[in-house]
Design a protein around this ligand. Structure first.
Ligand code: UD1
Ligand code: CA
Length: 449
């Protein structure tokens, strides 16, 4: 059975109070839209149709960047969820098979749940995904008949007192045969409190036509919808709770899990320890046995086995930290490879550089990679030693085993094995310190100075 996805992202999301379309707001470093597409991937859809409306261009660009095979249709007027799904009809006509409707503002449904939903179609013409809500306010209610079969979905605004007491709610997600679904939507009217074409109205219509309707339920956390920034923060919190539990189940030690923040795609190997207060931005992989100490921020980087990061380190995109390497406190690394066992332990900026195996970069070393227009490379060879407080003005190379004396400003290549000193020569004045102090003390006793 082929399955197509219709993903609704046309609504305005006015309660977000934002210039950004709602589905482009981020959770765990990825837009809601990306989370929805990832959920959809679990049913291996033959086609995914994204319905856009408000901010359609920005949403379309973001969506096609995530998946160039998407079909995008525009809902020019937001006339309701039923009307939104109907916009996908031209794309899916002749496609056959099933349609799963997903809401872009409720993208945290699990792959297992979607698979259960599509499987349940074997026993019913339409399957609705419901959940038991702790607080059902705002959701459509699933109204069951005397036999426990779904008779209708009633929106909160249209519900009677008795119906509002129902806690079994509509997630918005449903699955049906494509032809049946579009046929039912044709029969939906606007005689409701909002004057919209509700997708949910197809249930009562289907019942009248003698179709069978099934309900699959999932945990409420999977149906969490984002209608406001408060909801967005709640979605982030729920995501982090799951990600922390998953990391620990995978053999990662989190000393204080509630202070560690993961991105949607963070990958961390077994026996890695992550100390309190660490943030992972998108695109981070950490191999097993690494140690990430407190107050680090990592993004777009790779940390190899047994490496030690932080405390207080920042790894920016394309930082590649080799096995057993050390990146210490107040060190920033960007677009740089730090080879096996190399050490950058204190107060450094290493950008657009390669640091060879076992090299030692002294405290306060800076790669001066930017001339105001272009970026340039610094190459530091295997086993090189860069003394503290040196500036390496790129493009420049320190050869294998080379030495740079502390406080140097290196503007020319240092051949391997050489020692470069690039600072003003020191002059000592014999006895001048003592004489100077005596003179100053004399001034002080006269009340001068
Ligand atoms: C909807 C359901 C409700 C369910 C709830 C779950 C209907 C009528 N109601 O209510 O039963 O409990 O979701 O979260 O379906 N959209 C469009 N075009 C439109 C209108 C909406 O694309 O014209 C999109 C929105 O962007 C959103 C989704 O459809 O992604 C749901 O719309 P929304 O207005 O948020 O519906 P709810 O009131 O939350
Ligand atoms: Ca909603």
């Amino acid at each position: 059975m082929t399955v197509s996805i219709v993903l609704l992202a046309g609504g305005q999301g006015s309660r977000m109070n934002s210039d950004l379309p709602k589905v482009l707001h981020q959770v765990a470093g990825a837009p809601l839209l990306a989370h929805a597409l990832r959920a959809a991937a679990a049913v291996d859809p033959a086609q995914t149709v994204l319905v856009v409306g408000h901010g359609g261009e920005a949403v379309t660009d973001a969506a096609l960047a995530l998946d160039p095979d998407l079909s995008v249709v525009t809902q020019h007027e937001q006339l309701g969820t039923g009307h939104a799904v109907a916009q996908a009809r031209p794309v899916l006509a002749g496609e056959g098979g099933d349609v799963v409707v997903l809401y872009g503002d409720a993208p945290f449904v699990s792959g297992e749940t979607l698979q259960a939903l599509t499987k349940a179609r074997a026993g019913a013409d339409i399957v609705v995904l419901g959940f038991e809500a702790a607080v059902p306010t705002g959701y459509g209610r699933l109204i069951l008949d005397a036999d426990g079969m779904l008779a209708a979905i009633v929106e909160e605004r249209d519900a009677s007192e008795a119906q509002r007491a129902v806690t079994l709610c509509n997630s918005g997600i449903l699955s049906a045969d494509a032809a049946v679904l579009f046929d039912l939507i044709d029969a939906v009217g606007t005689g409701n409190a909002k004057g919209e074409y509700y997708l949910t109205d197809i249930i009562a219509i289907a019942r009248n036509r003698g179709l069978t309707i099934g309900v699959v339920t999932c945990a409420e956390v999977e149906t969490l919808g984002v209608n406001s920034r408060t909801d967005l923060a709640a979605a982030e919190a729920a995501f982090q709770t799951r990600a922390r539990a998953a990391a620990m189940a995978d053999g990662v030690t989190l000393t204080a899990p509630e202070t560690v923040f993961f991105a949607h795609d963070t990958v961390i190997g077994r026996e890695t320890t992550v100390a309190p207060f660490v943030t992972f931005g998108p695109g981070v992989t950490v191999e097993s046995g690494a140690e990430i100490r407190s107050f680090c921020h990592l993004e777009g980087c790779h940390v190899s086995q047994g490496a030690q990061i932080g405390p207080y380190a920042r790894l920016r995109p394309d930082a590649e930290v080799g096995p057993q390497a050390r990146i210490g406190n107040f060190v920033e690394v960007k677009a740089a490879t730090i080879a096996t066992g190399a050490k950058v332990n204190h107060l450094s900026y290493i950008g657009d550089a390669t640091v060879g195996e076992g090299a030692n970069i002294g405290a306060g070393t800076i790669t001066c990679n930017y001339d105001g227009v272009f970026k340039h490379q610094t190459v530091i060879g295997e086993g090189a030693f860069v003394g503290s407080n040196s500036a390496l003005v790129a493009p420049v190379e320190v050869g294998p085993g080379g030495y740079v004396a502390s406080g140097s400003v290196i503007t020319q290549d240092v051949p391997g094995g050489d020692l470069a000193i690039a600072r003003t020569r020191q002059v000592n004045k014999p006895g001048l310190g003592t004489r100077l102090r005596a003179k100053l003390m004399a001034l002080k006793s006269k009340g001068q100075g």
